[in-house]
Write a protein that binds this ligand. Structure first.
Ligand code: ARG
Length: 412
């Protein structure tokens, strides 16, 4: 597929989904403990066996609808095409853990190289390495002795099943994100190797809109492609305006055809973590929203100026509905309120990602079963629902959009 510019193609939130990237929850979930939850961004510990069943049901919905499903763990293993790349990958992985002592680094490397299957090695990296797995008696540095109660040599990465966030497909390019937290930034290493070395991508011309080593943070849950001209990005708990400015210069300066980037200033709090936790697109003119963002919002529009690299930035305070009508050039827009306007139902279903739907075609979405009030309302608005079980996967605070990264959508 050398030089194929259409290898990746996402120019909307709703175009028929042809290929999607998922990660099946793994042992990393079983390495969560109450004292780690806060730092690792979880509110509870999902029951892995059931979480996997729910996730498999999610994957089946895609397959039944003609969407090819690929898994992060498979692509990452396939990207390690030879010993040199595998070595490099392991070194970089270890470099990004907190391990200080050279002796320990050597032992971790030896341990990882002992896996004969690359996929098992990748899964171990994702799951985290418990102390007893590698030279538990090593006390070669002061930190080892001081931190001797800490149970892990390398931390688990329980958020990996939220494939939405570490990178985002935008047009035919990739925003390899710099995540706000250390724990999630480690996840982006897998994507880096996939796009650099996997046979499907390595010879393709893929524009990179952002890099994981840049200093301002931006996460995929904040990056929404409203149309082939308009991209919305949340200025949120996770995404900084400096990152939006950088990415805007690159995308608007390219030949991808995007004309405006709208930066939505949303509250910086956990329930609003990313723009897609309060707002997702379900059809050409229909959106699910958390009622709290209906009030006038501050929105910055970024357009390309005359000179190269120049940006024209305009600040507006407008109701969400008006913003959408104006920039998507629609006569009307329907905002479907999570919890149907009842403040208790809205807060509860919002917490369980009631507004985080994933469109697999215009007017057809995947939703969590537990958000039945919002789901009923979506149906009343003529939206076709694919309902997935959701008791365990929802405990990580992400819904169907967070758990998926589209690689290819048909153009509208
Ligand atoms: N796109 C999203 N809304 N992702 C949700 C990610 C949830 C995850 N626990 C985190 O805090 O990062």
């Amino acid at each position: 597929m050398s030089g194929d510019r259409r290898l990746l193609n996402v120019r909307s939130e709703i175009g028929k989904l042809k290929k999607v990237l998922l990660h099946r929850p793994g042992k990393e979930i079983e390495n969560l403990t109450p004292s780690l939850m806060d730092r690792l961004l979880f509110d509870d510990i999902p029951y892995l066996e059931v979480a996997r069943e729910e996730h498999d049901a999610f994957a089946d919905i895609f397959r039944k609808n003609g969407t090819e499903v690929v898994y992060l763990e498979d692509l990452a293993a396939e990207a390690l095409i030879d010993d040199e790349i595998r070595n490099k990958f392991i070194d970089e992985f270890i470099e990004e853990t907190k391990v200080m002592s050279d002796k320990k680094k050597e032992l971790i490397k030896e341990y990882l190289l002992s896996f004969s299957s690359k996929k098992e090695m990748i899964e171990k990296m994702m799951a985290g390495i418990r102390k007893e797995e590698v030279g538990s008696n090593i006390k070669s540095s002061l930190t080892d002795i001081v931190e001797s109660n800490y149970p892990f040599i390398t931390d688990p990465m329980p958020n990996l099943y939220f494939t939405r966030d570490p990178f985002a497909t935008i047009g035919s390019g990739v925003s390899l994100n710099h995540m706000k937290t250390v724990t999630r930034n480690r996840e982006t290493l897998f994507s880096k190797y996939i796009f650099k070395y996997h046979k499907d991508f390595k010879d393709a011309i893929i524009p990179f809109w952002y890099d994981r080593k840049e200093n301002a943070s931006i996460e995929g849950g904040d990056q929404l492609i409203l149309s082939n001209k308009v991209i919305a990005i949340g200025i949120s708990e996770r995404t900084e305006s400096a990152a939006i400015e950088k990415i805007a210069r690159r995308i608007l300066g390219s030949d991808e055809g995007f004309e405006v980037i709208l930066a939505f200033d949303i509250p910086k709090k956990r329930a609003f973590m990313h723009l897609d936790t309060v707002f997702t697109m379900v059809d050409y003119d229909k959106f699910t929203i958390h009622p709290e963002i209906e009030e006038p919002l501050t929105v910055y529009s970024l357009r390309k100026g005359e000179k190269p690299e120049e940006l024209i930035i305009e600040k507006e305070t407008m109701a969400l509905r008006e913003v959408l009508m104006k920039y998507l050039e629609l006569d009307d827009v329907r905002l479907i309120r999570c919890g149907n306007g009842n403040s208790i139902d809205a807060a509860r279903e919002q917490w369980n990602d009631g507004s985080n739907t994933l469109a697999i075609a215009p007017g057809e979405v995947i939703v969590y079963s537990r958000n039945y009030v919002t789901n009923r309302l979506l149906e009343e608005h003529g939206i076709k629902l694919n309902i997935m079980p959701s008791s365990e996967v929802s405990r990580g605070r992400g819904g169907p959009r967070c758990m998926s990264m589209p690689l290819y959508r048909e153009d509208l």
